[in-house]
Design a protein around this ligand. Sequence first.
Ligand code: IMP
Length: 430
Amino acid sequence: MTNRCMVIVGSQWGDEGKGKIVDVLAEEVDIVARYQGGANAGHTVHVGTEEFILHQIPSGILHSGRRCLLGNGVVVDPFQLFEEMSELIARGIDAEPRVGVSSRAHLLLPYHKLLDRAAELGRGEKKIGTTGRGIGPAYEDKVARQGIRVGDLRSETRAQALLRAGAERANLRLASIGSELRVDVDGLIGEVMDIRPRLLGLMVDTGQVIDEALVAGQRVLLEGAQGALLDVDHGTYPYVTSSNTTAGGAALGVGVGPTRVDAVVGVVKAYTTRVGEGPLPTELASPLQEQVRELGGEYGATTGRPRRCGWFDAVVVRFARRVNGLTGLAVTKLDVLDTLPEIRIATGYQVSGEAEEITNFPADLEQLAEAVPVYETMPGWQTSTQDARRWEDLPEAARAYLRRIEELTGTPIWYVSVGTRRDQIIPVGR
Ligand code: IMP
């Protein structure tokens, strides 16, 4: 890896295996920083026989000596953060001295989770299928300029006043939408005051830390959560998360300028998955749907929900290349396709009102809902790829499949992952 500041970004609907790619690349960097989202993410990393699921702390924490930051664009659930930290510490990882949290990051508090739950119930059949982690309401408070930032905890009186106002406002809102849920205002203030010194101990200016590191010649990874199609601007709105997951959000979400970023790696599965509601044009029919779900262990790391599975969709990844300015792809979970006799790739969509097949991802959800994918079918390789460590080790048919992905998406493949372990990765032509 020769790049100094690299963004790792999910380029489908999340769960592409970013955690594993970040874990592998973290070996070569000094700082790993998250730039958006919160505990809705679930990054699973396997080290030896151990499995770690990280929700807020960047996956780089599993490499000793790496500094791990939560940028200003993250909504930080401090209780969950300390729970995650305690688990890492109990498993022998010196997490606390290496984690830094931006003073500008907004706090995600228990009342945001209540509001999330109540809003989802209120949506009825039109529910988004959120993770229930309070993400939408926390970003709502931020944009409405009524959020609480980590730095606000410096003054005890100011923090208490903001917490009281936030909790009371949440209770009024819960009542107004007919929910019985309520937050215990004084209880919440007490709980936040208890963890306040510990959180203040982690507070940094992430932009300054990253800028100084880059000036000193160090390397930095900016770790995205979720995926491009869940981006609040570019995703399948309203079935999206509430942050800018795409690479444009990276510099913004840690506090450096976009000219600092010199590479953007898009992580994609060798097929497609989605959890929650909303369109998934290449969704598989039964029983292949269940077969791929079982082969890939496709259950949410945060919620345990079964993921919906589909064929690789080149329309989606071509779109992700454009909105992220991808410089390379990391294709994960190739081995999940090892036993299939044939494999399909969507190259375009047929939509009503358009004589020609469209190759651009439509913004209009109604158009997307009726899009019929146009597929190319390729032969499967029906042999295990799990022991491949070099490009040449891959079966001919697997190489042809990957080359076709490169052609259709206009993006070179930099890495191929063939299993959950750290060593099950193939660097391609870098
Ligand atoms: P929220 O981010 O919890 O508000 O959920 C909004 C949408 O994003 C839902 O469809 C979730 O299933 C999806 N989502 C949020 N985080 C992740 C993730 O880490 N992986 C995959 N989907 C996610």
